[in-house]
Design a protein around this ligand. Structure first.
Ligand code: ATP
Length: 270
């Protein structure tokens, strides 16, 4: 079921201007973009490029978006899979999937392989499994390590992965030549939230009373995904009432809804 290959055409293509805030993270991944555009320029002097970039940060902060933007900016194919997809797989399927993913990617290089929620498959080995048993997740992780060691970056395949639990990852994943770069993708500050609001209200019809700066100050602790969600909710609320433009109070009602949703979610977790 998991679609491995996402062909980001002109409608779904993401660029850096779609990623608001995250200036530092963008600067850091710029190097990857540059490399994917012209791998030879970098390897001519014999240097080795990073193979794997780990994006670390809370849910909804734009890690997937940033990885897609790297592919978009470099104009290369984007292969993605979620670590949690592997967990449900039958014996042997996870490892075969990993092999298949790398084989396809090598054929399309230069390109990006993105593994979301890598912690689902990349937790430390040897924990939880009974003595002597080699559980399916470990097989998948081992295959991933084998594949990472088996390809040379000069082919132009760059691995990106996302997690909000870097602490549980198997140290083998973080060794040099694997995910040896970590980039923080944090929740936005006030300015970041203003920028994210700008991106997500660009195509909306706003009434003149809308003040994005004030809305940003009403959304402390929101991740980008929650801000995007609130903007869309505001548009729906205003449409339902047949308004010509989305008003400040629609945004405020939408923000309340998102906050209520978050509180509910936290209750379930705690
Ligand atoms: P998860 O860890 O839950 O997979 P994530 O960090 O990968 O989350 P995304 O899936 O990239 O988050 O973000 C979800 C959506 O939220 C994006 O598609 C986008 O609409 C919006 N969003 C999140 N962060 C940003 C941002 N910095 N700028 C603009 N939009 C953002």
């Amino acid at each position: 079921k998991a679609a491995l290959y996402e062909n980001l055409d002109e409608h779904t293509r993401v660029s850096f201007k779609d990623v608001a805030g995250l200036d530092e993270a963008k600067t850091e991944v710029m190097e990857v973009v540059d490399f994917l555009k012209d791998p030879k320029k970098y390897t001519k002097l014999g240097g080795k490029l990073p193979k794997g970039v780990l994006l670390v940060g809370p849910p909804g902060t734009g890690k997937t978006l940033l990885a897609k933007a790297v592919a978009g900016e470099a104009d290369v194919p984007f292969f993605s899979i979620s670590g949690s997809d592997f967990v449900e797989m039958f014996v042997g399927v996870g490892a075969a999937r990993v092999r298949d993913l790398f084989r396809q990617a090598k054929e399309k290089a230069p390109c990006i392989i993105f593994i979301d929620e890598i912690d689902a498959v990349g937790r430390s080995r040897g924990k939880g499994a009974m003595m002597g048993t080699n559980d399916e997740r470990e097989n998948t992780l081992n295959q991933l390590l084998v594949e990472m060691d088996g390809f040379a970056t000069d082919k132009g395949v760059i691995l990106m992965a996302a997690t909000n639990r870097p602490d549980v990852l198997d140290p083998a994943l973080l060794r040099p030549g694997r995910f040896d770069r970590q980039i923080m993708v944090d929740k936005p500050d006030l300015k970041g939230r203003i920028d994210i609001l700008k991106v997500h209200t660009k195509k909306l019809s706003l009434s003149p009373d809308v003040n994005l700066k004030r809305l940003a100050s009403q959304t402390p602790g929101f991740a980008g995904a929650e801000i995007a969600n609130a903007a869309n909710e505001a548009a729906l609320l205003a449409s339902r009432e047949g308004k010509k433009g989305i008003e400040m109070k629609d945004f405020e009602a939408a923000i309340e809804r998102v906050v209520a949703g978050l509180e509910k979610k936290n209750k379930v977790i705690n």
